[in-house]
Design a protein around this ligand. Structure first.
Ligand code: 3PG
Length: 207
């Protein structure tokens, strides 16, 4: 089950990939470091193509499509081979569409009302975005009272310095972030640096 895989991985790499040429070496490294669950953002013109390529060539990857902003994109990422979809927010049409779909959806929230609305549609794993700006660890502690059944994936401003504080919370399933493979390092093809980011992660994770 996806949630168990995310919990085990603890960190969900959020990736902005512009070309297939960038996708292949990155996929090899992700698999080498057992970072099988990833988020590919729909922030580049070729994002759907990259998603489709990775889904076909690297079936061991569990690919989430991120930055899914509307129902059209929800359909597009499903067709491209995404295993799940993530959004920075949660509009009513997107929640309704995703609730009827077989594809797992992780809606984005940052307030109690948004959390309640997404919960109303049955979504028990939600993305807190932008996590640090929204209130970070303290917000999640406060949410654990009224929303005791929910789990969160804080993303946005999570980094190696605050990651452990998030992961120590009972209502955090996984944290997301771009720091493991930042766009500039992907663009530069700096695979050595990205590999070193992945390698350092092992020592930063809670057991
Ligand atoms: C996202 O799309 O989830 C965020 O932009 C990731 O935020 P970060 O760059 O602060 O990790």
């Amino acid at each position: 089950m996806l949630i168990e895989q995310l919990k085990a991985q603890q960190v969900l790499p959020v990736l902005v990939i512009e070309t297939i040429e960038q996708a292949a070496p990155l996929a090899e490294l992700l698999l080498k470091y057992q970072l099988n669950c990833i988020e590919i953002t729909l922030r580049t013109r070729s994002a759907l193509q990259v998603l489709n390529y990775l889904a076909r060539q690297y079936p061991e990857l569990i690919i989430g499509a991120g930055t899914v902003l509307n129902v059209e994109q929800f359909d597009q990422v499903q067709q491209a081979g995404a295993s799940f979809a993530i959004s920075p927010g949660a509009t009513e049409p997107l929640l309704a569409k995703a609730a009827r779909s077989e594809m797992t959806f992780i809606p984005g929230v940052m307030t109690a009302s948004e959390t309640m609305q997404a919960q109303g549609y049955g979504f028990k794993l939600q993305k807190l975005f932008p996590a640090q700006v929204a209130g970070g660890v303290e917000l999640l502690k406060a949410f654990s009272g009224p929303f005791s059944e929910l789990l969160f994936c804080p993303t946005g401003g999570v980094n190696p310095n605050n990651m452990a504080d998030y992961l120590a919370l009972n209502n955090v399933a996984v944290v997301g972030g771009t720091w493991l493979a930042p766009l500039a390092q992907i663009q530069a093809g700096n695979w050595q640096q990205i590999e070193s980011n992945f390698a350092s992660l092992q020592g930063q994770l809670t057991v």
